[in-house]
Ligand binder design. Sequence first.
Ligand code: FES
Ligand code: FE2
Length: 440
Amino acid sequence: MLSQEKNRLLTEVGPGTPMGNYLRRYWHPVAGVAEFDQKSVRPIRLFGEDLVLFKDLGGKFGLVQRRCPHRNADLAFGFVEQCGLRCAYHGWEFDASGQCTHQPFEEIVDTEARLRQKTKITAYEVRAKAGMVWAYMGPSPAPELPDWEPFNYTNGFAQVVMAEIPCNWFQCQENSIDPIHFEWTHNNWTERQQDSQSEHVPTHLSTKYEEFDFGFVYKRLRAHETEQNPMWTTGRVTLWPNGFYLGHHFEWRVPIDDENTLSLLWVFNKVPKEQEPYVQEHIPAWYGPLRDENGDWITTHVANQDFAAWVGQGAITDRTRETLGASDRGIVMLRRRFFEELDAVAAGAQPKGLITDSVRNHNVFLPSACRDEMLNGMTRAELAAHPLLGAYLRDFIGQYGQPDSVRDAYEAAIGQKVNRARFFSVHGVRQSDAEVAESS
Ligand code: FES
Ligand SMILES: [Fe+2]
């Protein structure tokens, strides 16, 4: 339970707020590079600011304020030039730094372009990496854009999967340090959606949380597992400040504003060894829906189950009305760490886990329970038998709504058709006893 004031500190992300300022000190993935295959300009809202993201004809990305400074036209209607974005109303043009580079009629009259030279709009640094477009909205200089080790994995198929979630970012991020929910949200709920009589899956017996440079690691031990299980020996990463890393995929929760969050997954599936060498030419990016054709929440896929849980907590969940228990130890640690960070940064300290040394920013290691598999690969048979990764041969379990074109490309990469399953057995549910014994 928190005071209203402390809840506001965690949840308010607009310009000038302590948490908004804090999060702006980090790079955030905000779009898929592949979104710009077909279009060059799109509106985007981040941290309570209305912006336009574009890719100019020279291939450079830019992120600028949405309103044209001339007479407030919407730059999302603009069109790109070789080096920048041009307003569709009177043709003023801006480069990715926000500098006005052309004022067509004004420059006929004012040949020295005095007005143009002093016209500059808000612009943020933006870069492409691993099929994602990343933005940095904090003070200069920007830190390094992390080169996480999985971005350099080979022989795999990556995809960027997004959704806009109508709730505050922090309740999404609390989910990254909440191992117990796997058992209920992803296991028992999945089971009961298929069979109202199904037995509950093996329960959690113990959890551990450890802090490190780039966040926390949580570890969990379930009733059917031994202490040699990788979920107990290695665990998973609550990636600071707004991510989650599970070995074969990342999740980020990027604030759109106080009541909306961009969920962005980067999922990397190793192709079977029989398909190596495999080089992915194009990383697809897609948005999935939250509701089905009847208007009901989709709850069949892993991320969709999470979305329903988060949105169900309220647009900005009221932490003055909680009853925290033993399953919330990680949540309490996470909140405490954020409060300490906000104080420390206000006093001039560097935010946690920023990488500022370019030499250090190469193939940056994060703990992973399936790192060996991701580095060394698996035969088709090993992949099929893998307790976590094998599910990706049944269909894309991460989130509902994968476009057929992406499924086709994935099937071509792995050299087989997927089963087009509607529900998924993940993390040890509905497996044979032998599989259960080694499941994650
Ligand atoms: S409003 Fe943009 S150029 Fe006039
Ligand atoms: Fe989850």
